[in-house]
Structure formats: structure tokens, C-alpha cells
Write a protein that binds this ligand. Structure first.
Ligand code: WTA
Length: 650
């Protein structure tokens, strides 16, 4: 009984924004009240005002929202701008010499890049792209390490109106090939390799493998020399980055594009089929990046911002390449890993670069928490003002550790809920304003209409009841479509209720104060170390192995990674062995990348299926977690299989 009360009390811990923080903040509580009020009074007028205030338009817009073809929404459609101009040129006069990027390599080497220098590099690279025949609307795949050149390549694409699709450097040749093919990219930008945690990642080798198995659309490959690891260069197709920019002028007139012109495609896992190319706009997306940096983090001119994500994920797009630069801020960019050379790398870097806003993933916090308090205790950490998290639910224990050990109880903890599709923060505390609660992403931002619905579409009002998380109004920085597949866009995000109700794919719950708690995915997607993976993709990879007849993939909780992958595998012939299990794990890692590697493979004679042939994944999840099966198994075609699956896990 006392345990129960205590856990209830624990969930009720509420932390007001620290007074000292609020006093120095740019955005005061009254300002935030005004934002919430303006947004509630006039949704479109509010966003129009924000867009006029924060974006430098080449042609000002007259139209705000066009919802005549819902769910294909358009924002600021008759306005024209250039995103790279907003991130670079407009700062040159006021803060040209200000440091834009403090880059720290895996080996500890540090480079400071000013706005003037970043602008020059982007212009030179944009001119190099033009020399290679690229222009507005062309797709460019970027497969680079987390180095400034990745941001330069992205901004250079934006400058000439080309559409980038960044593929995370940890993805395999097959994943890279599929993404290149789906986007019909004309160019690939990669590196020979790089070091992460002291280990060589041979990017060009992987890229060559991808290129040898498809990728017919690729005409040119630009290769950054980062590891000096004797990468193969194919005459006529490949060229070194340094040669491509050699002699290029450091000015490049921006291509003015419509606000709705696609800025990028970023592939993300869906529950079924191939990854979805999430397509974002130029104007609306940029607005989301700017507003959320300013509101949520209180990002100002004197801050040093550090988002530890990789540019290969949406977090790196919005909170490295676009948001901080559009705000004219100074940021840290890091190539390495938190535990190399020692588990205090993050904290050592926070002190060294005097980081004031730090944004990372719960999985990193849990991993570092496990290493012990001695590592953060070695460092002062007194430059920190705001601490953020993203990517998955953060458990209250990790939240409290983050607050105590890293924030010294002085920094607001900002648990930001959003998605590749939403473009930027959606449900999150505002540092100077929102009382926070461990494990809760708190409230929707001004101009964001979040709700929780039951299956019939009625709002869930009971605080103890979960439901489907939805957005009931469009917002400027939402995705515009799925590349090449508008029908899938409609079905996936607007298929459950109506064309104005965006379904996020997560379930959520709201407490008596109206704070949201995200419960997890409602579809078959697992979240490993903050990375979304479709169980379908892992299953397809397994089935592609010659020994495998059928596979079903589920997750179980993992104390560091959040979730771990468990695969149930049916072989073509008998004889599941330890050796084959390990071969299959490596096989998946090769096909999809190391993050998709199953923690466990369980062989069985069959999978639990309904009579209509659907695999009962919910049941498998119960088995994988070692929980007692309480579900009704009477609809199963082969109920005896459950005993076998359970026994094999013991
Ligand atoms: C999950 C990452 C709980 C969620 C920006 C979402 C979260 C998916 C949180 C999107 C959070 C992200 N609390 N869950 N603060 N942030 N998620 O597209 O399931 O890689 O739908 O975008 O991660 O992952 P994605």
C-alpha cells in the first residue's frame, strides 16, 4: 500500500521554472501567455504574425493557410524565400564574425567556424553543385558523418533549391540504395570514412556497394576526405570534395523558391512496407525550427547550444543545420560518441565549450547514468541553463538524475515530443514558463492543437485513460506528403478519422492538469535507442536470408536502449542453433545497420496466427517480455505454439 502511495506521489512531483532562470530569460512568462492567447484567438493570424516576424521573405506572402485540398495543406504559398539566406546571409552584417559552429571531432580536434566562413563555404559548395549540373528540384543524397560539411552540403542544396535526403551514416548499403532509388537522386555526397569512438566507419565502401547494386539515377559522387583511408575513386563518376570546390567563388545568389518548395526528404520507418520519404516544405518548416528554438530553449544571442543528435535524423536537421543557424546562434557539433575516450566526454565538452543549452536522447542519459556519478562530478557544468531530451519517453528516474547530476537542480528539464513528420517540437515545456513533471512532455506549444481521441473519435477526458494522440489543426511545419506516395500520406496520417485530424501513431494520456504523457507507438514500430524502426523492415531482412521461412519481430523493454528487438524465426528446415542465431543477427545488421540488430532470436515451428492469417504480434510481445499470457488465445489457429515459444525463451 505505502508503495502505491509513494509512486503516486512521485508522479506528482512538479518543478516550477527556476526563478533565476526566468529572470534572465528572453521570453518572459507574460510573453508566453500572450503567445498562447494569440494562437487560441486566431490560429492562422498567429502563424502569419510569427512568419512575418521570424523569416526574411524575398516576396512577402498574402495567403496564410490553404486547406482546400486537405490533408494536402499549404502555408504561406504565395511567399518566396531562401532557407540558406535566412540561416546565413541575414546574419552577416550584424554577426558575421560570430561563431556559428564549434566543431569537435572524434579525436578531440576543435574547429571554430564563423557565420562569414560558413556562408562562404556554403556558397562555394553550392557553386560546385551547380557546376555539376544540379539545380532546383534535383534530389541529392547526403551520406556523411556528423561533421560541418554535412550542414554545408544541406545548406548548399537549400541555396540552389535542390532537395536533400540525408541518410544516417550508420545505415547499410541496402538501406542507402533503397533511399537513393526511391528519391531518384542525381548526386550522392559521402566521405571516404570517419572515426567514431576510435573505430573506422568505411562510408565510401558501403556507398560503393549500394551504387553497384542499383542507384541508376546517380550521376556524380562527391567524396569528402575525412579518414584518409584509401577509398576507391571511380573515374568519371567520383570526385573529391576539395576538387569540387576548388576555385569556386564564395558568393552564390540564392535561388528564391516558393514557401511550399520541398526543402528535404527524410526517410523514416513505417509499420509496413518500405521506409516513407517524409517531405518537408521551405517556409513552414523553417518557421517551426526558429520558433521552437526561441520558445522552448529560450535560445538567445549569448547561448552556446548543443544538440547531440546526428544530422542523419530529423533532430539534427531541425536543431543543428536549420534552427540554431536561422536564429544566429552559436552551436557545438560533435562527431563522436558519449563514452569515448571516457564516459565523461559530454560533460568535459560542456565545460570546455561553455555550453548553456544541452539537448540529448534519453538512451544516452540512461547509458551515462549507468556509468556512475563520478563522471559528471569531475566537471563544473555551471554554464548549463537548459537541459532537453528527445526521441523516446524518458523514465522518471533518468529524468531526476539528469536534473540533479547534470542540471544541479538549477536547469529546467525539457522533454520534447515530436516526430520526423511534425518537423519540430509539438508537445513540450517552454523553459521559462511551463512547470515540468518527470516523464511528461507537458503541453502543446502555442498554435499546436493536440488532443487524445478514442476509437470513435471522441476526446478522451478521463485522466486515467489512454487514447490516440492527434493534431486537430494543421500547423506550418508539418510534413506535406510522402515522397512519390500521396495516397500513403493520406492513409497513414489522416486515414483514421478525417482529413483534418493528423494521427501521430502514438498513444497518450493526459493528467488532471492537462499534461500529456506519451505512452508509445500504436503501430508496429519499435524505438531502439531513440531510433524508429519498422518491425516489418527487420522481418523482411530476416526472410531475405536463405535459411529463414518466416519471421516476426517485436520489442521488449531494455534499460538503456529503451526497447530491444526480439525476433521469432521459422526456418525452412529444422536445426536452429546458436551459430545460426548469431549469423542471423549479423545478417540483419548488415542489411539494415547495427541499430536494427536483434538482441535475441528465438526459433520456433510456427508463429501464433489468427484464423485470417495475421500474426498476433501483441501476443509475441507478451512472450518476449516473459510476461504471463492473459490474452484470449481462442481465436488462434495454433494455440499450442505459445507453450513452445515460451519454453524456448527460458
Ligand atoms: C517517440 C524524433 C516520448 C514517439 C524527433 C514519436 C517520444 C517518435 C518523444 C518519433 C518524447 C519522440 N517522449 N516519445 N519526448 N520524442 N518520441 O520520427 O514515439 O525519429 O512518434 O522523431 O519517437 O521519432 P522520430
Amino acid at each position: 500500500m505505502s508503495n502505491n502511495i509513494e509512486s503516486v506521489l512521485k508522479e506528482d512531483r512538479v518543478f516550477e521554472p527556476p526563478t533565476a532562470f526566468v529572470e534572465q530569460a528572453t521570453l518572459k512568462p507574460a510573453d508566453v501567455d500572450a503567445l498562447y492567447k494569440a494562437a487560441a484567438d486566431d490560429h492562422q493570424g498567429f502563424w502569419a504574425d510569427q512568419a512575418r516576424e521570424h523569416i526574411t521573405w524575398h516576396t512577402p506572402f498574402e495567403q496564410v493557410l490553404d486547406d482546400s485540398d486537405a490533408p494536402f495543406f499549404k502555408w504561406f504559398a504565395d511567399g518566396q524565400l531562401n532557407v540558406s539566406y535566412n540561416c546565413l546571409d541575414r546574419h552577416l552584417e550584424s554577426r558575421g564574425d560570430k561563431i556559428a559552429i564549434i566543431f569537435e571531432g572524434d579525436d578531440g580536434g576543435v574547429e571554430h567556424i564563423s557565420y562569414r566562413e560558413l556562408h562562404a563555404r556554403v556558397c562555394r559548395f553550392a557553386n560546385a553543385l551547380k557546376t555539376q549540373g544540379l539545380g532546383k528540384g534535383d534530389r541529392v543524397v547526403i551520406y556523411l558523418p556528423n561533421v560541418p560539411q554535412a550542414a554545408v552540403a544541406m545548406l548548399a542544396c537549400a541555396r540552389i533549391g535542390a532537395i536533400h535526403s540525408v541518410v544516417f551514416g550508420g545505415f547499410s548499403a541496402i538501406s542507402l540504395r533503397d533511399r537513393i532509388d526511391d528519391a531518384s537522386a542525381r548526386m550522392l555526397i559521402t566521405a571516404d570514412g570517419n572515426y567514431r569512438g576510435g573505430k573506422l566507419i568505411p562510408l565510401k565502401e558501403t556507398a560503393d556497394k549500394a551504387l553497384s547494386e542499383g542507384c541508376e539515377s546517380i550521376e556524380k559522387v562527391i567524396v569528402l576526405k575525412r579518414a584518409d583511408c584509401n577509398a576507391n575513386i571511380t573515374e568519371g563518376r567520383d570526385m573529391w570534395w576539395s576538387d569540387a570546390v576548388d576555385g569556386q567563388p564564395d558568393q552564390c545568389e540564392p535561388e528564391w523558391v516558393d514557401a511550399e518548395h520541398p526543402l528535404f526528404i527524410l526517410y523514416t520507418s513505417g509499420s509496413t512496407g518500405k521506409p516513407k520519404g517524409i517531405q518537408h516544405s521551405s517556409g513552414g518548416y523553417l518557421l517551426g525550427a526558429i520558433c521552437t528554438c526561441r520558445w522552448v530553449f529560450d535560445l538567445g544571442d549569448d547561448d552556446v547550444f548543443w544538440c547531440t543528435a546526428d544530422v542523419g535524423w530529423v533532430t539534427g536537421h531541425t536543431y543543428i543545420t536549420y534552427g540554431p543557424t536561422a536564429c544566429g546562434a552559436t552551436q557545438v557539433m560533435f562527431e563522436g560518441v558519449p563514452t569515448y575516450p571516457e564516459p565523461d566526454r559530454f560533460w568535459q565538452m560542456v565545460d570546455q565549450h561553455q555550453v548553456s543549452i544541452f539537448y540529448t536522447a534519453p538512451t544516452a542519459i540512461r547509458a551515462l547514468m549507468k556509468q556512475g556519478d563520478e563522471y559528471p562530478q569531475r566537471h563544473a557544468l555551471d554554464s548549463l541553463k537548459v537541459l532537453g531530451t528527445v526521441g523516446e519517453p524518458i523514465n522518471p528516474e533518468a529524468w531526476m538524475w539528469y536534473r540533479r547530476m547534470i542540471g544541479h537542480e538549477r536547469c529546467p528539464i525539457i522533454d520534447t515530443w515530436w516526430q520526423t513528420e511534425t518537423g519540430a517540437h509539438m508537445i513540450t515545456p517552454i523553459a521559462s514558463y511551463t512547470p515540468t513533471k518527470p516523464g511528461s512532455a507537458t503541453r502543446a506549444l502555442p498554435g499546436i492543437a493536440a488532443d487524445i481521441l478514442d476509437e470513435s473519435g471522441a476526446p478522451v477526458t478521463d485522466a486515467h485513460q489512454g487514447g490516440v494522440l492527434v493534431m486537430t489543426k494543421p500547423w506550418p511545419y508539418m510534413l506535406r506528403t510522402i515522397w512519390n506516395d500521396p495516397e500513403r500520406y493520406k492513409d497513414t496520417y489522416f486515414g483514421m478519422y478525417d482529413a483534418h485530424t493528423y494521427v501521430a501513431g502514438d498513444s497518450a494520456q493526459r493528467d488532471e492538469q492537462g499534461n500529456f504523457r506519451i505512452l508509445g507507438r500504436i503501430d508496429d514500430v519499435v524505438n531502439v535507442a531513440g531510433h524508429r524502426l519498422g518491425t516489418m523492415e527487420v522481418e523482411s531482412a530476416l526472410v531475405a536470408h536463405e535459411a529463414v521461412a518466416e519471421a516476426a519481430v517485436v520489442s521488449r523493454p531494455h534499460e538503456v536502449k529503451g526497447e530491444a528487438i526480439v525476433a521469432f524465426v521459422i526456418l525452412k528446415t529444422d536445426g536452429g542453433s546458436e551459430k545460426l542465431a548469431s549469423e542471423l543477427r549479423d545478417w540483419v545488421s548488415e542489411q539494415l545497420g547495427a541499430i536494427a540488430k536483434p538482441d535475441e532470436i528465438r526459433f520456433a515451428d510456427g508463429l501464433p496466427k489468427t484464423r485470417s492469417g495475421k500474426i498476433m504480434r501483441r501476443l509475441l510481445r507478451t512472450v518476449a517480455r516473459g510476461d504471463e499470457v492473459t490474452q484470449d488465445v481462442s481465436t488462434l489457429e495454433n494455440p499450442q505454439i505459445i507453450d513452445q515459444l515460451q519454453a524456448r525463451g527460458a
